[in-house]
Write a protein that binds this ligand. Structure first.
Ligand SMILES: Cc1cc2nc3c(=O)[nH]c(=O)nc-3n(C[C@H](O)[C@H](O)[C@H](O)COP(=O)(O)O)c2cc1C
Length: 183
């Protein structure tokens, strides 16, 4: 079994990015599991808080889930043509302390996806992540690209992807990334 951990970069209950990942879990091949994590409970990064209390429990739990996974799928919203703060904040916490980066992040396979009601499918946010992933030494899969535009039209009220072509492409994306992740 190839184990993938998927992180949606939105706290919104009806998040399209979280829904995209739940659909990815459903469409994954039988020998691939996709667990969808949450960023709820992660505080704003504060160096004073870190010095006083160490790494928050929610961050440690997420770090351990990343360390145990064969690969990471990040679903990024796009805010003002860039990275949303909630998701960057989480990755910043996950990168702490630097001594843990090798075990948790370095060389870990990662894939980027993103969904937006807008017309450009998070292409700018996905591009904005590249220097961050490089800095942390994650191993980006570039064999597939998934930018989901017009999200309000292609998810139903339960968050199910209704576009058959996109469902097929999402399934292929997960399968391709899982092949890369298992090495
Ligand atoms: C502050 C802010 C800035 C946004 N900027 C963009 C943007 O630059 N491009 C875009 O496609 N959507 C933009 N949006 C719309 C988001 O794509 C939309 O809120 C989306 O639903 C967020 O992802 P989620 O559904 O996973 O929460 C923005 C939304 C907010 C709140």
């Amino acid at each position: 079994m190839t184990r993938l951990l998927a992180i949606p970069g939105s706290l919104r209950r009806a998040s399209y990015n979280a829904a995209l990942l739940r659909n990815a879990a459903e469409l994954a091949p039988a020998d691939v599991s996709v667990e969808v994590a949450t960023l709820h409970g992660i505080p704003l990064y504060d160096g004073d808080l870190e010095a006083r209390d160490g790494i928050p429990e929610a961050v440690t739990a997420l770090k351990e889930r990343i360390a145990a996974a064969d690969g990471l799928i990040i679903a990024t919203p796009e805010y003002n043509n860039g990275i949303p703060g909630v998701l960057k904040n989480a990755i910043d916490w996950i990168s702490r302390p630097p001594a843990d980066q090798a075990r948790v992040l370095r060389d870990r396979p990662v894939a980027l996806v993103g969904a937006t009601p807008g017309g450009f499918g998070t292409v700018l946010a996905q591009t904005a992540w590249l220097p961050v992933l490089r800095t942390l030494g994650l191993r980006l899969w570039t064999g597939g690209r998934l930018t989901v535009a017009g999200a309000a039209r292609i998810f139903d009220d339960e968050g199910r992807l209704t576009d058959e072509d996109l469902r097929a492409r999402l399934g292929e994306f997960v399968a391709g990334f899982a092949d890369f992740a298992r090495g």
